[in-house]
Design a protein around this ligand. Sequence first.
Ligand code: PRP
Ligand code: URA
Length: 207
Amino acid sequence: MALHIIDHPLVQHKLSLMRCKETSTMKFRELLKEIAMFMGYEITRDFPLTYEEIETPLMKMSAPKISGKKVVIAPILRAGLGMVDGLTTLIPSARVGHIGMYRDEETCLPVFYYYKMPANKDRLVIVTDPMLATGGSACDAISRLKADGYKSIRLMCLVASPQGVQAVTEQHPDVDIYLAALDDDLNEKNYILPGLGDAGDRIFGTR
Ligand code: PRP
Ligand code: URA
């Protein structure tokens, strides 16, 4: 397992704007899309290249093109949806699956309600969810993908707690985690501190 924290100044600046409680739903959504795009550069950094002969207006050359690494983006509903557009802007050929789950307000345990993924299990799956709090949702989503036959899985979140990172690391040591920030702790309701509040509500304006 590797933990990648994307500390690019543009990502950090945009995340600070997202954390502010005054930031509007429209702006929050726009910033999340932009950060997902920047994070997409890192998550695709090791994609292999193949070389093809092409002709520029001046001469022939051996030109690099991405080979292999067919991708499925798998947002955990609802909040993970906010990171899909940024990634599909970078990887237009990516398929998009959906993993429906919410965290029960009392128990904080994840509850499944929907699962739809493409048939080809050889693709790399990028699971998206802005918040990795206790890690319960991400761990269960990854277990479900593995049970379905997917072998190559990466997790892309915006903000995580140390507890969430530890849970994923212990249960899924083969899954690399990509974050914009590793925060300090969880509060008594298992919200990330300092965090940014309820990501789904802030993206969809449901509070
Ligand atoms: C949030 C968030 C994660 C989960 C994180 O979703 O988007 O999926 O909680 O918490 P965990 O790491 O403790 O499992 P939520 O259940 O609020 O659903 P929503 O996206 O529909 O708002
Ligand atoms: N879900 C959120 O949206 N935010 C948190 O801080 C924790 C879980």
